[in-house]
Each structure stands twice: as structure tokens, then as C-alpha cells.
Design a protein around this ligand. Sequence first.
Ligand code: NAD
Length: 497
Amino acid sequence: MKTISHWIGGKPVEGVSGNFGPVYNPATGAQEKQVAFASPDEVDAAVAAAKEAFAGWGVSSLAKRTSVLFKYRELVDAHRDEIAALITAEHGKVHSDALGEVARGLEIIELACGIPEKLKGELSTQVSTRVDVSSIRQSLGVVAGITPFNFPAMVPMWMFPLAIACGNTFVLKPSEKVPSAAFKLAELAAEAGLPDGVLNIVNGDKVAVDAILAHPDIAAVSFVGSTPIARYIHTTGTANGKRVQALGGAKNHMLVLPDADLELAADAAINAAYGSAGERCMAISVVVAVGDTADPLIGKIKERAAKLRIGPGDDPASEMGPLITKVHRDKVASYVTGAAAQGAEVVIDGTGYTVEGYEDGHWIGVSLLDRVTPAMDAYRDEIFGPVLSVVRVETYDEAIALMNASPWGNGTAIFTRDGGAARRFQLEVEAGMVGVNVPIPVPVGYHSFGGWKDSLFGDHHIYGNDGVHFYTRGKVVTTRWPDPADGGINLGFPSNH
Ligand code: NAD
């Protein structure tokens, strides 16, 4: 069986802890690989490599950094298919969806290629006689990233390209369920000429994460994952004096007003609820239908759902793949069965779905629940599967009150033709990313991605300008060059003149 190792100091390093985790192919249910789990000593070795590399990389020229990043961009682009295939083999999402995540990750490498523009700083001349002030941003040192299973390549690329462009060195702890895509990204970085030790990978579980959080040589931690772990990472990391951005889970609502184009709204609901089998932090999991929209909208969603092709991600005919693990599949199914018991109407029950020839895969069909209320588990929890709930409300005000009572605030969307209503919604909704007739409003690389409330702990969103700020710290330099005219004794407090 193939073993995925760590990547430290520019090369693969076998795990020595003796602990390994299984890596499954979700379409077959078979364990095809195992991944080494790092001990604190192995994390320490990766941090030591990163610290050593920082001595050179931290002072390297912008020209040097960007020449590596431009080469890296070309290599990742040329290996899109291979990276996507690794994602499909371990995560299960369909190949086209995996290619989409590589494309969105590439956006951040492209942003990183333009880092000189972001690090230009500011200069004020003659703030006082012969005195200039400049603001510059400098790297932090060794920074770490901890990533979730649902975007094996994109979320690591949200982090390390920008971090290293800013002059930091990086230790990545990918999800132990999907380690191969990140490993490939590290190999390509070496091929692009990234010096050894600038990007390191430690695979593992909570042991490796806790070693990162406690390590005195790590200045900052970027985390993306579920809300309880995000909260833990933020609390522990900041208590240990680190800068932390921790992006958490979500329960994204899509508001449909009576004047919306219901054909487009139904398409959007299907794509955003069932794409990637609902395993997206920006998936739509609740449709809030205002007035008399619910019945026709549900009819249109039902028609479309019946035609979805669910199957192995490497079959080009498949539109939706399996779930990540068997345990997760069973948990998702329990929300559908539980919802009926709690009073919801199960319009589509996908729990019995299986694929011929792949009977041990982690399959579930799509489910649609109607007349869901905030008291039900299916509404309250992040299900992270292909289950769409419909909540019926009478008015816009009732809808916004419901949505803003949610503890999460990642993404949200409004479907309407009414510009005034859309404008009100943008201003009133408590979420970090808002779509107007756009169901999954993931910001492009040069804006920043992040939620509100329990969807993000910390002050910085990820990538874009917030990303640059997160991976750098500011310094302000006040300069006066000696001039014979400046001499003389004056014990007063310096004042501008
Ligand atoms: P997870 O929180 O279980 O795991 C994320 C990372 O934390 C992994 O690397 C894992 O090894 C580590 N981890 C898990 N348990 C830990 C523990 N007890 N102590 C320390 N570290 C631990 O998340 P997941 O299941 O891999 O990913 C799905 C979740 O991620 C969903 O909640 C989803 O909404 C969220 N997510 C959020 C965003 C976002 O941008 N806000 C993006 C993608 C995924």
C-alpha cells in the first residue's frame, strides 16, 4: 500500500512516529493508501527547516520570489489534470469540480505573482522640515496552515503562495483524509525553484496540530475547517501568542423573493446545494422561500434533482460523487431520517442510494426537506452533505430575522429582480460574503474570503489584501537626514514645523 510521507527541507521524509492514518477512495470504499502521522518531534523538524530557510528567503528580493512564483504558476497550470485526479481519488468529487478548485487555487498563486504591487508601502515626504515617513510591511517568519478535507488543493493554495510571496516560510498540515494533492503541490514548488525548507508539509492529526499551536518558532497560524476546531485553534493559538485566522463552518441561506426568476433560482439551488455532494463551506443548505414561492420552487428543484447523475468522480458522466467517509455518509443520512420524525416533509429522500458495481462506496443521493423550522436538527447543524432544507416565511423581514439569528455568517444569497430589496439585503444581512442572484459568492483572489460570527475567528479574512496583511506586519520609519541647519539644543517635545 502506498504511504504518503512528510515533505521537509525540500524532500520527502518518511514518518517515524509509527502512526498512520487510512486514506480511502470514497467511490469504492477501499483503503488505497496510508498517510504518516507526525509526532511533535517531526513537527519540530519541519519548523526547524522552515526557520533555517527563513534566514535566506526572508531577505530574498521580490524579483527572486516572483520569478519562482511565476514558474510555479505555470507548473500547477500544466499539472491541473493530475492534481484534480488526486483530489477525486481521495475526496470523491467529480473531476470537473476538482479542476474548478485547482483553478480557484491558481488565482491565489497569480495574486502572489503580483506581490511587489501589494508590498509597495507608503511614503510621505516632508511631514516636517526635512523629515520623511514611510510605512513598510515585513514578513513574520515561520507561519503554519491547517486545512480541511473538502478542498485538498484550493485551501492550501489560499494560504502558502501568499505567505511565501510575503517572505515567510511555511509549514502546512493538510487534512489527513486527502493528503496527496498538497504533497504534489509541494513537489511542484521544488521543481519551480523554491528553496528547500520554504514550504514544508507535516501530515497528521490532532497531535501534529497541537504541536504547531504550541511551537514557539511559529508566528502565525491560518486554519480552515469546522467551527468547533476553528474556535479551539484560535483560542489556543492566540493564548500562545500567535496571530491566528481561523475560518469555520457554515449554514448558508438563499433567500428567494416572490419576484425572482424561479427557473434560475431552482438551477442555482440545485448547483449550490448538491455540487460536491454538499461538502462545501459555501454550499447552500437552506432555501428561505418568501410568500407563495415555495411550492413552485420546490416543484422545479424536484424536476432537476431527479435528473442528477450520481456516480464515481472519475466517470465523466457523473455530476455528483460520494461523501468523504462511511461514518460521514451515515451521519448525513441520519439528518434526513431525523427530520421526518421532527415534523419536516421529506420531499426527496436520498438515503437509500447506491451505485451498481460500487456498492461499498460512500454513496448518498440528494435529499430535499420542506417545512423545516429553526428548532429542527436539520436546520441547526451544518450537515455537510447533499441535503437542502426549505424554510417557508411570509415576508422579507421575517426572512432576514431568521437568517441573522443563525450563529453562522459565511455566505448568503438573495434571488430577486428588485434592486431595492437586494440593496437592503446587502446592508442588513449578517454574513461575510453576499451573492445577488449568485448562489456561491466565493470572492475572486484579489478580494478576500471570510465569514462573520462563528464562521471566522480572528480579524483577517483569507487571501486578497487581508491575506497580505495577515502574513506581514507593519513598520513605520521616520527619517531625517542630518543637515547643518538642524543643529542646536531643544529639550521640548518634538513638534512638526
Ligand atoms: P475539521 O475541523 O474536522 O478538520 C480541519 C483540520 O483540523 C484538519 O486538518 C484536521 O486534521 C484538524 N483537526 C480535526 N480535529 C482536530 C482536533 N480535535 N484538534 C486539532 N485539530 C483537528 O474539518 P473537515 O471535516 O476537514 O472540513 C469540513 C469543515 O470545514 C466544514 O465545517 C466546512 O464548513 C469547513 N470549511 C470551512 C471553510 C471556510 O472557508 N470557512 C472552507 C472549507 C471548509
